[in-house]
Design a protein around this ligand. Structure first.
Ligand SMILES: [Zn+2]
Length: 222
């Protein structure tokens, strides 16, 4: 309730915008009618490297790719909650949410985090966790700075680029044992980044790890 009042109050000063086309919309809408009409009827299920299941409401194309780019590069953090609303529906339809113990997210290297000022995966994970009423915690750190995955042309380079880049935060380890963990990111591109995060979590805690992203790239297996 308080959150709704806060949102209404905020909308007087910062008009709400459609995450997909940036047009102004009413504060309680998740998209303008035109963009909403372009939402796919079904969600896609893909696999991160290592076979970890990943559900995504959109493919990375057109207005959906624009939405992720705005969140990631244009400081348009207000859209996170609206994107998380679509992610919530996708997660509810793809998984048994009763089984999910914890939500976490793909971390950024601290240098990249301080350059951007926020981690879009963390914003999405926190908004989603609030909607699903599941705890969200940072469980991983990225201790190796990597080149952007799209700059690595071969599959082997993409794999080597992220290999060993993540580790589980030491004091979080006992909390993760045998749990079902949902890992969030904005986009599943090559599947290596998400796969590496899942493997790192699974190896440390014998957990079941599943994933969700806002977008999935069409050609992640090529
Ligand atoms: Zn729109």
């Amino acid at each position: 309730m308080l959150y709704r009042i806060y949102k209404l109050f905020r909308s007087f000063f910062y008009p709400e915008r459609c995450p997909y086309c940036y047009k102004r919309i009413e504060y309680n809408k998740i998209a303008c009618d035109e963009c909403r009409g372009q939402f796919p009827k079904t969600y896609s299920i893909n696999y991160a490297k290592g076979g970890y299941i990943c559900c995504s409401p959109f493919f990375y194309q057109g207005i959906f790719a624009d939405a992720v780019k705005r969140l990631k590069f244009n400081q348009f953090t207000q859209s996170s909650e609206k994107l998380a609303a679509v992610l919530e529906d996708c997660v509810r339809k793809s998984y048994n949410i009763e089984e999910i113990d914890l939500i976490t997210f793909v971390p950024m290297h601290r240098k990249d985090y301080s350059d951007r000022g926020y981690n879009q995966a963390e914003l999405l994970a926190k908004d989603l966790a609030r909607k699903l009423k599941i705890t969200c915690e940072k469980t991983l750190i990225k201790h190796k700075r990597t080149a952007p995955q799209h700059e690595c042309l071969s599959s082997a380079k993409r794999r080597d680029n992220v290999k060993g880049a993540y580790k589980v935060i030491e004091k979080k380890k006992p909390k993760l044992k045998g749990k079902t963990i949902l890992v969030i990111d904005d986009i599943l591109t090559t599947g290596y980044t998400m796969g590496e995060c899942c493997k790192t979590l699974e190896k440390c805690s014998n957990s079941r790890v599943i994933c969700a992203t806002v977008c999935a790239k069409n050609d992640i297996y090529t």
